[in-house]
Write a protein that binds this ligand. Sequence first.
Ligand code: 6CS
Ligand code: FE
Length: 298
Amino acid sequence: MTALIDAYPSRQGSRPSITPRKDPVVHATDPGRGPLSADKVERYAREGFLIFERFLDASALAVLRGEMDRLWDNADRADPAVIREPESDVIRSVFDVHRRSRIYDRMVRDPRIVAIIEQLLGGPVYAHQSRINYKRGFDGKEFFWHSDFETWHVEDGMPRMRAASVSIALFDNLPINGPLMLIPGSHLHYVACIGETPEDHFKYSLRRQEVGVPDIETLCHLVKEGDGIAAPAAPAGSLILFDCNTMHGSSGNMTPYPRSNLFVVYNSVKNTLDAPFGGTKPRPEFVAGRDFNPLVPA
Ligand code: 6CS
Ligand code: FE
């Protein structure tokens, strides 16, 4: 087997760099076919994200929240998929929730969501990663700016940009409780980061990421180019869909209001994982799934 060419090197040089994206954002040959209007597709291609306010109704939301509490209550300290906050023992994330919960498994395969993703990514997809980010009141800490794709490429061997993430607001994402922030247009640039990937990086990075984050100069440039930073108001039940390379992050939550989200990553079955491009050993299944069977809507 010949090794794939590394289309997006990162963490290799001593200086950061910014280069144009080499892949389309919308992969469909017929982007008009699917639930999204041409307008929405065009907006996604241009800005790198879309928001669907109140996508879920109150009863669906109540079920997802109940499941969120159940996973919290049953979380086992020894379980590597249970991630703690950087400076405390409070649960930050539980990973692989679509394989630990039948309710989340169905949610991930929601036909409305799968149809939207398939329209944008041009065909069948599988679940690369799923998690609950709890972001509790007072102790939910920040996620520094990053492109998910950079990590998935270097640490998981995701070859190209043909993946998208869905964040479902389980509580209101308010301007004050550490909502998801995105840089419009940033997905059109690839930011190569500096710093070598430590062994078992995920053990630290999922608590606080310090390698694979962009330099400040490049961030300023992206914000200027993209005309600012978006922090979409997302009432509980809303869905934010964003490209795998959209620069995003969020601040800590020092309000009493939780900002828990259910997060799912969809990757095209034409873009399955190879060996990690950074040369480290592949990350565990709970953070980078290698079951590439297409999702069957349910
Ligand atoms: O590691 C991951 O897959 C995700 N988590 C972090 C902290 N950064 C990259 C990506 O979003
Ligand atoms: Fe992320």
